[in-house]
Design a protein around this ligand. Sequence first.
Ligand code: 5RP
Length: 220
Amino acid sequence: MSKQDQYKRAAAEAAFEYVVEDEYLGVGTGSTVNHFIDVLAEKRPRLKGCVSSSEATTAQLKKAGFQVETLNFAGDLPVYVDGADEVNPRLELIKGGGGAMTREKIIASVSERFICMVDPSKQVDVLGAFPLPVEVIEMGRSAVARAMVRLGGSPELRQGFSSDNDNPVLDVYGLDLTDPKAMETRINAIPGVVTVGLFAARPADVLVLADNSGARTITR
Ligand code: 5RP
């Protein structure tokens, strides 16, 4: 297992401690979450079911024998576990490297505790080295891209990709994200934007950070 995978596995094991039995569990998307699903499969907690943030996660959860329910059925969740592309000291995030930020953001918004698993490569002082993913409605793709340029960014269409909601994603480079909440509000207001991958209005509650010395948690 690579060092990176060891960190992800260690973060996933530590995140497992936050799972609440006899409830629905929100499950995010990505390679770190894949380790978390492996841990779930090994430890087999007693769950009412899982709420999944992507088709890929749904497939992996089902393969491991977990029941996947719709969020409409499950309602509010005690815990949501996911990864991130970047995290700052206020536990504000960039997400959407895997293009699943729309469902991820909906699940995070109704979860009491958002547990975010990262390795040290994701930690930054100021968000924005990672290009900001923005899911858009196809007909508004160019209009949103021009709006991004007006905000100081350089948008690039993610090639050969469409989200689980069948929408394109723009990856926006070079935005000034020193005030992530303000930027999230501004981007949300652009017609044609489905979801921006800034999680500042609803940041993580607990960061599970794994490195050479094991996993530790940082709480907001
Ligand atoms: C998917 C996400 C992921 O959480 C993010 O891309 C991190 O993925 P990984 O664990 O593979 O580094 O936001 O939309």
